[in-house]
Ligand binder design. Structure first.
Ligand code: R5P
Length: 300
């Protein structure tokens, strides 16, 4: 079988060290820095010829990360890499998959075709797929695997919250909220959400009896915090116990965190798809088997 090597872009080092140990693969060496004028300099120092190369690069705040990533991936290809797999634990640019107003850029499609010029396969967690059903619809590459953090979130809730009731902020969240609820035998409800702007959402909860249970609010992303905040405000009016807020991908800042705590969150936690102060759920183990299979499939 071909050799594998893993390159870790800045900000991915803890996931990289865990994976190189679990998979016993070499950590690739490269130099990445900015020239004084802000352009990127990339130099690959490891031998990558005929190897299966994995690049770890989560893509929150993507605009600054994508050019260096493309430079690295294209250089690995020039140097003879056999297969290039990108692990973007958070994959951005999935929301603007439709022209809501005339003249808008379809950034989902443009971003996907740009990234696809440099990689052969992609692994990510809980991509925000809405009107697009599969990543391969917009990523013209050999394989695109969507992993789910559900089981790890379920484990965390089971070990931490004695009597939970799970709550999803919108219809889209029902897919993961229902699965997590079933796996831990907890009740769940789903709110109806209408978004009026980046930070303006209206949300209504169905009638429910909380029975003194602890609300656990689950979403794929917390960004401006508006969805969680609207939920917390409804729960405060109902007089429930303090809530836990859980996101797969944490894109929020300290100010949003403070707002959520002030609105009645006991804790706001996330999976480590993005390195963030709220990380409490480790998803590393979920990558191991899919990567082993990928190394077998493309290593022949
Ligand atoms: C929206 O459809 C997503 O699933 C999340 O609910 C949304 O991205 C959360 O964003 P925010 O924290 O800005 O409300």
């Amino acid at each position: 079988m071909r050799k594998s090597i893993l390159f870790s872009m800045p900000g991915n080092s803890s996931l990289a060290s865990a994976l190189t140990v679990k998979l016993s693969i070499e950590l690739g060496s490269f130099e990445l820095r900015d020239f004084p004028d802000g352009e990127s300099y990339v130099r690959v120092l490891s031998d990558v010829k005929d190897k299966i190369v994995t690049i770890l690069c989560t893509l929150d705040h993507p605009n600054d990360k994508v050019l260096p990533l493309l430079f690295l991936a294209r250089t690995l290809r020039d140097l003879g890499a056999h297969h290039i797999c990108l692990i973007a634990a958070y994959l951005p640019y999935l929301r603007q998959d439709k022209r809501f107003k005339t003249g808008e850029a379809l950034t989902s499609n443009i971003f996907a075709s740009l990234l696809s010029t440099a990689i052969d396969s992609l692994l990510t967690f809980d991509p925000h797929l809405h009107r697009i059903h599969k990543l391969l619809e917009i990523y013209p590459i050999q394989s695109a695997i969507s992993l789910h953090a559900n089981l790890k979130i379920a484990e965390w809730i089971k070990n931490t919250v004695a009597s939970p009731i799970l709550i999803g902020p919108d219809e889209e969240s029902e897919q993961w909220v229902s699965e997590i609820a079933t796996s831990i035998g907890a009740p769940y409800i789903i709110a109806k959400k209408t978004r009026y702007g980046d930070k303006e959402v209206m949300l209504s909860l169905p009638d429910f009896n909380d029975d003194g249970k602890v609300p656990v609010l689950i979403d794929d992303i917390i960004s401006t915090g508006s969805s969680m905040l609207a939920l917390l405000q409804q729960l405060a009016r109902k007089g429930t116990k303090k809530s836990f807020c859980i996101a797969v991908h944490a894109l929020f800042n300290q100010a949003v965190h403070q707002k959520l705590l002030a609105a009645g969150a006991e804790r706001v936690i996330s999976c480590n798809t993005i390195t963030h102060f709220s990380n409490a759920i480790d998803i590393t183990a979920l990558l191991v088997e899919p990567l082993k299979s990928l190394y077998i499939d493309y290593g022949k």
